[in-house]
Write a protein that binds this ligand. Structure first.
Ligand code: SF4
Ligand code: SF4
Length: 451
């Protein structure tokens, strides 16, 4: 384990909580009430969106339990919780140590408002929101974490890791800046080897070849179910609204993987029935839209909701809160402990299309592939204010998609509701543009056929 991590984890086994003053108690109560109200409002809009499958209910319930009822992940009481802050943290290692991973990247407007005073103005809202929850100390998923693992992927995450380490046991997981060379992979493997003792110290349970193989299998089943779900999502007309698919992936952040796979299996069965019975949630003329860019995390789902409430259908989600988290299976070629670790290093780094890597041509390729697979007609490029890594890549993507004749719109947003009207107008205009373009294409085809 590198020295900094060792020192950080040692120095900050959580300090005993001091009794809050009456003013702090009132402030926390107000905060809890406000957070729960906002989450309940977005959950209501989510469930009211047309055509939610019955099998989505357990996923909605998870979001309600965590964000409205402020409960912790459903687990036997002695299970240790390990918080993670990116899809690049190998969940298999956490499960293999006998702990439960929970993804803690936050989309809370109320926590953002608190965090806004704690970190620099230009930091991204995700980090402000995490720090807001940390300061308030009321959210069980954060409070009950035995260890937080923060990949050092951008400046915001780096500084967030430093701030968290002042308060809670925190492990900084170093991510290489490039992922194409063997040396980069060696670095990831070495990072995973260093993470292992920190995870074992949390539970007192050794990570063995067997426990690791079992957890790779467990995640493998979820990845298999996800591949089925991804196939249903390609269906034209759509079988499920994209915002519901996003809710599913948000719920995954807080669910034991076995339970998630079981529920996803039920959802896939329901989508299969819908397909047979031709029960669709979209019509032929509905513009098929894909979203990419900065992560979209519940309850900050205003953009996908607006897209679908304004008449679009969200058929693709390339953000790291989408299917990307489970899209690529771990390919094991060597069953030894080292072999398993190398397979995980490959799985968590090579296919990752996060712009934190220097060379990211792979992301353009992946987006183009999704456009073809999902028959996408327009792309919404989401940039969280202050998220430079995604903003840097916008121009290249706009040029590439321009060559394909796919309209793209860049929407920048923050964690509040002040920009909703402006977003609504822009998204509505974008949807109209796609409809007009579609009409023009059909007219052209008709004219050609009549010649
Ligand atoms: S945007 Fe990149 S660094 Fe941030 S959580 Fe997603 S994958 Fe990780
Ligand atoms: S990648 Fe973007 S959204 Fe994620 S922590 Fe960094 S700045 Fe924030």
């Amino acid at each position: 384990m590198n020295l900094n991590n060792q020192e950080n984890i040692k120095k900050n086994s959580r300090p005993p909580k001091k009794e809050p003053s009456p003013m702090e108690v009132r402030q926390r109560e107000r905060f809890v009430g406000k957070s729960a109200r906002v989450a309940a409002k977005y959950l209501r809009r989510l469930t009211e969106l047309k055509g939610a499958p019955q099998a989505m209910k357990p996923f909605f319930q998870v979001l309600e339990d965590i964000h409205v009822n402020m409960k912790n992940v459903e687990q036997p009481t002695d299970t240790k919780i390990v918080g993670t802050y990116c899809v690049m943290v190998p969940q298999e290692l956490i499960y293999a140590a006998g702990a439960q991973p929970v993804k803690l990247c936050s989309g809370s407007y109320s926590a953002f408002a608190i965090g806004d005073d704690l970190v620099p103005r230009d930091a991204c809202p995700l980090v402000k929101s995490v720090m807001g929850f940390q300061a308030m100390g009321v959210m069980p998923v954060y409070e009950d974490c035995s260890l937080m693992v923060v990949p050092i992927t951008c400046d915001c995450k780096k500084k967030m890791a430093g701030m968290l380490a002042e308060r809670v046991p925190t492990y900084s997981l170093h991510v290489p800046t490039s992922k194409s060379d063997d040396d980069d992979m060696e670095q990831v493997v070495s990072e995973f080897y260093q993470l292992i003792p920190a995870l074992e110290a949390v539970t007192g349970q050794a990570i063995t070849c067997d426990s690791l193989a079992r957890s790779i299998d467990g995640m493998g089943f979820a990845q298999y179910q996800m591949s089925q779900f991804a196939a249903y999502k390609k269906h034209v007309p759509a079988l499920i609204q994209g915002t519901h698919a996003m809710a599913l992936m948000n719920a995954f952040s807080y669910m034991p993987v076995d339970r998630f796979s079981e529920q996803l299996h039920r959802l896939n069965q329901e989508l299969g029935r819908r397909q047979k019975e031709k029960q669709f949630v979209s019509m032929d003329k509905q513009p098929r839209i894909m979203v990419t860019g900065s992560p979209i995390i519940f309850p900050n789902i205003k953009i996908p909701l607006l897209i679908e409430e304004m008449g679009g259908i969200l058929v693709g989600d390339e953000t790291c809160m989408g299917e990307r988290a489970l899209y690529d299976p771990t390919v094991v070629v060597d069953q030894s402990f080292d072999g398993l670790l190398r397979s995980l290093a490959n799985r968590y780094t090579r296919p990752c299309t996060c712009p934190t890597f220097v060379d990211n041509s792979q992301r353009i390729y992946r987006i183009k592939q999704m456009i073809a697979d999902h028959q996408v007609q327009g792309v919404v490029y989401h940039v969280l204010r202050g998220c430079l890594v995604y903003d840097f890549e916008y121009q290249t993507l706009e040029e590439e998609l321009g060559q394909l004749g796919i309209p793209v719109i860049r929407v920048e947003s923050d964690y509040n509701e002040e920009d909703i009207e402006q977003l609504r107008i822009r998204i509505e205009a974008f949807i109209e543009l796609i409809k007009l373009k579609d009409l023009a294409i059909k007219k052209q085809k008709q004219e050609k056929a009549n010649e």
